[in-house]
Design a binder for this molecule. Sequence first.
Ligand SMILES: [Zn+2]
Length: 646
Amino acid sequence: MLRFIPVLIALIVKFTTAQAQGVVPDALLCAEKQNLENRLHFRVNPNIYHGYNIHYHKLNFRINPKRNGYLKGSVFSYFTLEKDADSIGFDMKFFLQTDSVLYRGSKIRFSRASDVLFVHKPGGWKAGTSDSITIFYQGNPALYGGTGYYVYDFHATGPSVHTLSQPYGAYYWWPCKQTLSDKIDSLDMVVSTHSDFRVAGNGLLILDQKMDDTTRIFHWKHRYPIATYLVATAITNYEEFNQYATFHNRTDSLLVQNYVFPQSKTDLMRDAAPILPMLRLFDSLFGEYPFVREKYGHAQFTWGGGMEHQTMSFMVNFSFDLMAHELAHMWFGDKVTCGSWRDLWLNEGFATYLTALSYRYLKPRTEYLRIMREIRDAVTGVDDGSIFPKDTTQVNRLFSGRLTYNKAAFVLHMLKVKVGDSAFYNACRKFLTGPRAYGFATTQDLQTLMEQESGQNLDTFFLRWYMGEGFPYLNINWVQKGSSMQVTVKQRPSHPSVPFFQVPVPILFQGNNRDTLITLMPNKLEQTFALSLPFAVDTAQFDPNVDVLAKTSLGGMNQDKTLKDWVVIKGNPVTTRYLELATLNLKIEKMEIFNINGQKCMETGADFLHIPGKNAIFDIGVLSVGTYVTKITGNNQQTTLTFVKL
Ligand SMILES: [Zn+2]
């Protein structure tokens, strides 16, 4: 779906060039939420009745932003009746005024019931009949589209109109069938506007004709199935620049058509460059660009985010992240659309993950790792939450950037690590073809394909990571002596819905200019692994490739190296009444203090207990100023240290 970046932040991002925005800013969701709230109201309306399978629409509008957002036009619909019916229904907001409905050249009766237009055919229709009607109507949706479905606005050099119907706002501006179950098989949109303006749309531009000094007509033709919410137009004093993407193993290039505000053209021509390698990347990883016979494109708009309108994303700017996200939706969201709101993560998780993959393949590795860490940190900031939305009426939850975007993206990454790259990409390509191509898909479809391609049963994986809440906290401890390395991994799931996360635990051990990456695979909450390492380890790092969704603490020691300095005095000379001893996670058994004449002044009693890892603190207030020697027993040895008390 869409990303919402408040305009203020978008401007800041624009002026700090190298600084990429987070993959999904928390702020993105207010507008989606608004849209969805309307959609939910809509959904509970019991009067909705369509009664047909939609095949084709021809939209014909007159919109002149020089005057206002007023729309006058017609919608031709071609459909097949699902059952016998006297009337069929079109979703259409109450404020749109129906002028007439034509059936084979004659006016027929229509009626309104709140936000539905019913069209009545004399004698009714028989099930299975294919037929067509044309609805003539007018109105100014901009006066009612407070949620942003149809916006009359101004940018620095002119007025504009744009639409954004996601998820269920199309009926604010045209009579349609709003569902997540029936795509429009084919579409034409003809818009007449002022001659100073261009009109953005879906598919191929087959006509751009100035009729006179005040009228210019654009005809967009789209011959791929399209979900109703992805039909869009935008009209302003656009300037155009085109790019051409080339692909591996194909000779035909693809037009990338950009409609931009005149004042932004120079900047956006520069910023648009990465869209070409992104197209080539996604095309090679996930199969041919889904609308290859037509085009891809961007149309700038005044709203503070991006929206993946089919074949022409609407964009606030051409940032790397936003371009990658919206382009990714051409495969995940547009070609294959989530079949229900519970499956929304398929659109947004993939779009977020493909943005990270763009970093991986098109930017330095450090940038990719940074993005993956940002995604992981965004998820693990809170202990609970599943990708699966238990209650789709909870709007904040459904469009949670943390869960539906970021957690979904990271879980897709872990799925790829689990099944392997080739099984993952094969399953994705199959997900995007076959019965789901240009249709709808569910979470179960994805799981089944991943299982088929990998030969693995993924029930537990999906149960833990899709249905279950949270992630594991991992406490990792290592001890090396000679070549023997012992690693203990303790896990505490962050939420009780998951008893145990079976995650790999990759640890990079480094020392003496050598390193090795060892991946442990614990199968219980606490497990100790005995390894053999041929070099002395100085440091260890958890998950250097950022493959595991977990929050970790990692500590350890090389006993050979730390034997000598296993205990030190903190703050010498001692200026307070306390002597503080720091140890390397080892236990002090006993401590004695002698003066310079060798007389014992203090010692720990039988009840002394030191907790390894914590500093041991002794009150030496009774000692006078001078030099002392402390003898410390522990770590199978005695260590003598000298200190001065001031
Ligand atoms: Zn999106």
